[in-house]
Design a protein around this ligand. Structure first.
Ligand code: ATP
Length: 222
């Protein structure tokens, strides 16, 4: 089984790294890929250039062999001349390795908006969804996503999850860090410390390249 945490990583933060490590631990996976989206059509445009987001992702993943930076969606976007929707990326992976299970990892905030994703009803034909409960974002209790969750939910030890390549939703009850890229950007913009939010390598990169409105390295004044 391959685990994939997709995101805009604008920037990648400790919440992402903790989430990926928790998935490795709880599902017994050797690694989780952190797959950068070129420019997701269904949310606001990212604030850091794609090359910078990729570099920060590489730096963050270099600290743990289980975390693999993955540029598949970037390469695909370049090839097709537009952003790749998750469903298309999964189709491409399925075509390449038809028997490999894919666990597409999302936070509960992303699950709540799943019905805004392109061809969202087809996602479970291509992968399992692994949902991490994110502080402040409950699981949907009503509506089409709640109905899908009720129909497809499985336990992490369930044979349907373990032995089939796609089709279930597993909710992992592991405590997630209360960090978001939005809170990181606003801390940086306000000159507050991001020591508890970002790996050191990423904050250094941000200061060196003066991303997100920072002007100087707060490390020099902190
Ligand atoms: P933003 O604040 O800009 O919306 P974000 O912090 O949610 O960004 P994304 O790159 O959009 O980061 O997230 C990628 C994926 O990681 C999503 O599925 C999201 O739910 C999940 N995720 C982000 N932060 C956490 C966290 N602290 N705990 C668990 N999952 C997270």
């Amino acid at each position: 089984m391959i685990g994939i945490l997709g995101g805009t990583f604008d920037p990648v933060h400790l919440g992402h790294l903790h989430a990926a490590r928790s998935v490795c631990d709880r599902l017994g996976l050797a690694s989780v890929h952190l797959m950068l989206s070129a420019r997701p059509g269904h949310r606001d445009a990212p604030l850091a250039p794609m090359a910078a987001r990729w570099e920060m992702l590489r730096l963050a993943c270099a600290e743990d062999l289980r975390l693999v930076p993955d540029d598949r969606e970037l390469r695909r976007a370049e090839r097709i001349g537009r952003p790749s929707w998750t469903v298309e990326t999964l189709e491409e992976m399925r075509a390449e390795t038809p028997h490999e299970s894919v666990a597409w990892v999302i936070g509960s905030d992303a699950l709540a908006g799943l019905d805004t994703w392109h061809r969202w009803t087809e996602l479970l034909d291509l992968a399992h969804l692994v949902v991490l409960r994110r502080p402040g974002a409950e699981l949907p209790a009503s509506g089409p996503v709640a109905a899908l969750l009720a129909a497809a939910r499985a336990d992490a030890d369930d044979p349907t999850f373990r032995q089939t390549p796609q089709g279930t939703i597993v909710v992992l009850d592991v405590p997630m860090l209360r960090v978001s890229a939005t809170s990181v950007r606003s801390a940086l913009g306000a000159g507050r410390s991001v020591d508890d939010l970002l790996p050191r390598s990423v904050s250094t990169y941000i200061w060196q390249h003066q991303l997100y409105g920072v002007r100087s390295d707060p490390g020099s004044t902190a």
